[in-house]
Design a protein around this ligand. Structure first.
Ligand SMILES: Cc1cc2nc3c(=O)[nH]c(=O)nc-3n(C[C@H](O)[C@H](O)[C@H](O)COP(=O)(O)OP(=O)(O)OC[C@H]3O[C@@H](n4cnc5c(N)ncnc54)[C@H](O)[C@@H]3O)c2cc1C
Length: 408
């Protein structure tokens, strides 16, 4: 193996920047090259559909590190640069400009990209996808102009942008092919709570319908046609139908890819010098006993550091409880675990769900497999401890707000 070549990180956002930070924190003093397509300092994406979209958060409030950090820590940040290919036998990556960069260890943290809809009218002005800071800025400008908004997709991005659009005073219709929102993320019971929240803020849902066509006038969006043929006037169309992991480099390099780059509990690919983390990785979680690919901020925050430790041959494993948060209107929540349909039997509540101040627990038998605290704070660690324990609980005590979660 070539010694003294740099440790190269492809993908310079939260996962990649956190990996670079951890390499230095762990005392690695060799060269680190962090390469990213976006011409920005690495930043966190959650504000793009919340505070930044609403014009409330400052641009520099969600960068991972300021510019000086990279030079102070001798991290060679190559912004606006795309890695075109990986040569595993030659231990090199080739950049889009043709330059070749050797590596000793390589981390792929290329994230995910919005799924695009190939539909008639799909490239009219006024159609928005949301992934980058630039996307958020152009959507913010569009929403500020008011008018009718049609959103394809009732997932997290669809719902958060709906909340922002309502705050801007837009009329909002969400098209969702399934029979409710967030079905795959939370199941029907809790998904319905979010649908009710949005209805109470004036959002219209059309379930069982998808976006079939966007109509235009003078090159700009004028309406949306749904799969059932309904014609909805619209000034803005937001397409939020999920993301796909950016696995092209890994496929071309002959790495195993199956819904993301396949890695073990130390985020190692089958090549001992190549690692993957963040949204792009389908990683073995030892707590759940299976591989998962999650598109969560908390996973980027933790898996970048884990990958860095693995690159340094330090033993640490992917054993944490998946964590997600969202803010919509005046509802703030955190989810611990993966409450996907098929993984639980029942949902029970601590507190009054109509008051939007409660904790939901997803149970398999009487074992807590996931929990969501809504407008109740400082309890997520306790929920995670319940999930990690994997023990049967007394459901009456679990749902009794007077019984501490630590005393079940
Ligand atoms: C609008 C929005 C809101 C979100 N809100 C939340 C939230 O509230 N809660 C939550 O838990 N999660 C949220 N997320 C998810 C969270 O932001 C992601 O899980 C996180 O950004 C993943 O980080 P990453 O570094 O793995 O990937 P990414 O953020 O996708 O970064 C990967 C980077 O790699 C670059 N890249 C790709 N290919 C190459 C290449 N060949 N060469 C060089 N660079 C390349 C990409 O351009 C990109 O900049 C949100 C995401 C979005 C888009």
């Amino acid at each position: 193996m070539p010694a003294n070549h740099p440790y190269v990180i492809v993908g310079a956002m939260l996962t990649g920047a956190k990996a670079a930070e951890t390499l230095r924190e762990e005392g690695f003093d060799g060269a680190v090259v962090l390469i990213g397509t976006e011409d920005q300092l690495p930043y966190e994406r959650p504000p793009l559909s919340k505070g930044y979209l609403l014009g409330k958060d400052a641009r520099d409030s969600f960068i991972v590190h300021d510019e000086g950090w990279y030079s102070d820590n001798n991290v060679d940040l190559r912004r606006g640069t795309t890695v075109a290919s990986i040569d595993r036998s030659g231990h090199r990556v080739t950049l889009d400009g043709g330059e070749s960069v050797p590596y000793e260890k390589l981390l792929i943290s290329t994230g995910a990209s919005p799924r695009r809809l190939d539909i008639p009218g799909g490239d009219l002005d006024g159609i928005h996808y949301l992934r980058t800071v630039g996307d958020s800025e152009s959507l913010s400008a569009a929403l500020r102009g008011g008018g009718r908004v049609v959103i394809a997709g009732g997932g997290w991005i669809g719902l958060e942008t709906a909340a922002a659009a309502r705050e801007y005073g837009c009329e909002v219709t969400i098209l969702e092919p399934e029979s409710g929102v967030l079905r795959r993320a939370l199941g029907p019971e809790v998904g319905e709570i979010f649908a009710d929240l949005h209805r109470s803020h004036g959002v219209t849902f059309r379930f069982g319908e998808s976006l079939a066509e966007v109509t235009g006038s003078g090159g700009a969006v004028s309406g949306a046609i749904t799969s059932s043929g309904a014609e909805l006037p619209a000034r803005t169309v937001i397409i939020a139908v999920g993301v796909a992991p950016n696995t092209g480099l890994a496929v071309d390099a002959g790495l195993e890819v199956d819904n993301g780059i396949v890695v073990d509990q130390q985020l190692r690919t089958s090549d001992p010098n190549v690692f993957a983390a963040g949204d792009v990785a389908n990683a073995f979680n030892t707590l759940l006993g299976r591989r998962i690919r999650v598109e969560h901020w908390g996973n980027a925050l933790a898996s970048g550091p884990l990958a860095a430790r693995s690159m340094l041959s330090k033993v640490a494993v992917y054993d944490w409880v998946p964590y997600f948060f969202s803010d919509q209107y005046d509802l703030g929540m955190e989810v611990a675990g993966l409450p996907e349909p098929g993984t639980y039997d029942d949902v029970v509540y601590r507190g009054d769900k109509d008051s939007l101040e409660f904790i939901a627990f997803w149970l398999a038998g009487s074992v807590v497999v996931a929990g969501m605290n809504v407008n109740v704070w400082d309890v997520n660690d306790d929920i995670q401890a319940l999930i990690r324990a994997g023990a049967e609980v007394d459901v009456d005590r679990l749902t009794d707000p007077d019984v501490p979660l630590t005393g079940l």
